[in-house]
Design a protein around this ligand. Structure first.
Ligand code: ATP
Length: 220
């Protein structure tokens, strides 16, 4: 069977981007063997509170973090689309642009997978893309319910991401660096340094723009 061009998407708020995100995206790119790994910052995520700083600040920090390395690309489409971010709309748009002969994988954490049945038009997602679920060592998948049924029906392996354009649910075990954006925001608000948790260029941007000094910062 023909090998398809493969694109993976790594979504999140990146408020701010840190080494946990960057390592995860790079390791996933290598483990999946995809041709492109795109970082997909969301404008106004549905499943959590609004981010601390503006879309423009988050975009600029990502651009700084990704400059210099060619392995990860920035896909800005959700930042440019006004209103709430629905993954299904993004995947519809991408599928329309790329056609049927490209394999698209949307990467998410196991926590997100467990909430999948609450996502807008979630059953459509697998008609548009594969879902790659990253689970920490020691993870447990649900034994029953809609997600368990989905795994039973559409569970697959990395090889299928290269041969089929969409429709597989692939679970990958991967270690996460113990870094969180919430901790970084709290360190800064407390007047402490987050250096070595995120790229220096991003820290410099945060300092120059005085971001995250209080819990509810907003930008341009
Ligand atoms: P917050 O603390 O604000 O929730 P976060 O860093 O946990 O931020 P996002 O910015 O939304 O969350 O994360 C983007 C993606 O990166 C998500 O898929 C999330 O599961 C993943 N992620 C978050 N932290 C890490 C980490 N330390 N290592 C690997 N992946 C991570």
């Amino acid at each position: 069977m023909k090998k398809l061009h493969t694109i993976a998407l790594f979504g999140g708020t990146f408020d701010p981007v840190h080494f946990g995100h960057l390592r995860m995206a790079l390791e996933l790119r290598e483990a999946l063997g995809v041709d492109e790994m795109r970082i997909l910052p969301s404008r106004q995520p549905r499943h959590r509170e609004s981010p601390g700083v503006s879309a423009e600040h988050r975009r600029q920090m990502l651009a700084l973090a990704l400059a210099g390395g060619g392995e990860l690309q920035l896909d800005e489409r959700e930042l440019l689309r006004p209103g709430p971010t629905y993954t299904v709309d993004t995947l519809e748009e991408l599928r329309g642009e790329l056609g049927e002969e490209v394999s698209i994988s949307f990467c998410m954490g196991l926590d997100s997978l467990l909430t999948l049945p609450n996502w807008h038009r979630w059953e459509r997602l697998l008609e548009l893309a594969h879902l790659v679920v990253v689970a920490r060592p020691g993870w447990r998948l649900p034994g029953e319910g809609e997600v368990a049924e989905l795994l039973e029906r559409q569970g697959g392996g990395v090889g299928q991401l290269h041969r089929e354009p969409c429709g597989r649910l692939v679970v990958r075990e991967q270690t996460l660096l113990p870094i969180s954006a919430t901790d970084i925001r709290q360190l800064i608000a407390a007047g402490r340094s987050p250096r070595y948790l995120l790229p220096d260029a991003v820290l410099e941007y945060i300092e120059n723009n005085q971001l995250y000094r209080t819990a509810t910062e907003s930008g341009p």
